[in-house]
Design a protein around this ligand. Structure first.
Ligand code: AMP
Ligand code: MN
Ligand code: MN
Ligand code: MN
Length: 275
């Protein structure tokens, strides 16, 4: 079976519309798909309509939060996208993104990069602003050569543009997900570059807050990373998830993951498969 429980569309920082993403997923043989845009379910306005065409879709989101000064992402899978409580929290999250964008811009201005707020806002064209919009603008202005350089030097983890003070706590967003009937899955656990001890502390607190899943496969993990994540999944008795974290066709990460990759962990998707 091919699954993909972590993907992005133009509703956040992805390159394909929800409709294009779903078509591509079908072409790639994906049988179970979650669209998990950053801090928004706007893509689902279109997806609900598309859901009956042969591919099973689990409603999802990727929420930003902070834990111990680190920007952490949590996937909410199987959420009720009509939840008014969730929509209210997401409106606040959007506000937080707006405030954060102003702070990122002021920090970049101090470094001598002008017009970044206006430029990033224009590129976001109505969506909530994210760091990729700043990166794209900086490339367009010739401030940096590539988006990767923009992140490496100015926007990535620990750099001046890595502003996270506005995000809610890990406990809070796990609460939103559960209140909307979803399963909270900790996304890409190795992206945060935490020591083993700190990562384990985070996982224990995530579990305590009501987190139930761990993204054992994000993209194309190395065999050693995969073994480590399977071990963590087992140690904390989490359900395992797998997703490509697909953003656009030009990147090397394609849609779809072989469901067997997380074995012997218990798959989170068992929740949505017919009995
Ligand atoms: P934000 O949601 O505003 O915190 O921005 C984070 C997003 O930036 C991630 O979801 C990625 O899509 C993107 N990103 C992170 N690091 C890089 C990088 N080195 N190069 C390009 N995009 C990146
Ligand atoms: Mn992204
Ligand atoms: Mn993420
Ligand atoms: Mn993602």
């Amino acid at each position: 079976m091919i699954v993909d429980l972590h993907t992005h569309t133009t509703a956040s920082d992805g390159g394909l519309s929800p409709e294009e993403l779903i078509l591509r997923a079908k072409e790639r043989g994906v049988q179970l798909l979650a669209v998990t845009d950053h801090d928004t379910i706007d893509g689902y306005d279109d997806i609900v309509r598309l859901n009956s065409e042969g591919l099973q879709i689990v409603a999802g989101i990727e929420l930003s939060c902070t834990w111990s000064g680190v920007n952490i992402h949590v996937l909410g899978l199987g959420i009720d996208v009509s939840s008014e409580a969730l929509r209210k929290e997401l409106a606040d999250q959007r506000e937080a993104r707006g405030e954060r964008a102003k702070i990122i811009a002021s920090k970049l201005t101090k470094l001598g990069f002008e017009g970044t707020y206006e430029g990033a806002s224009e590129l976001a064209s109505g969506r909530a602003i994210g760091r990729p919009d700043f990166a794209r603008f900086m490339v367009a202005q010739g401030y940096v050569d590539t988006m990767a350089t923009a992140f490496d030097k100015y926007l990535g983890a620990g750099k001046v543009g890595d502003v996270k003070a506005m995000w809610p706590s890990l406990e809070a967003i796990v609460g939103w997900i559960r209140a909307a009937g979803g399963v909270a899955v900790l996304a890409h656990p190795l992206h945060y570059k935490l020591t083993n001890a700190k990562l384990r502390r985070m996982l224990a607190e995530f579990k305590e807050a009501g987190g139930e899943g761990l993204e054992v496969c994000n993209g194309r993990p190395s065999p050693s990373d995969l073994n480590y994540l399977r071990q963590l999944c087992n140690d904390y008795d989490f359900e395992a998830s797998a997703g490509s974290d697909f953003h656009q066709p030009t990147s090397w990460l394609e849609l779809g993951c072989d469901a067997a990759i997380i074995a012997p962990c218990k798959p989170v998707w068992a929740r949505w498969l017919p009995a």
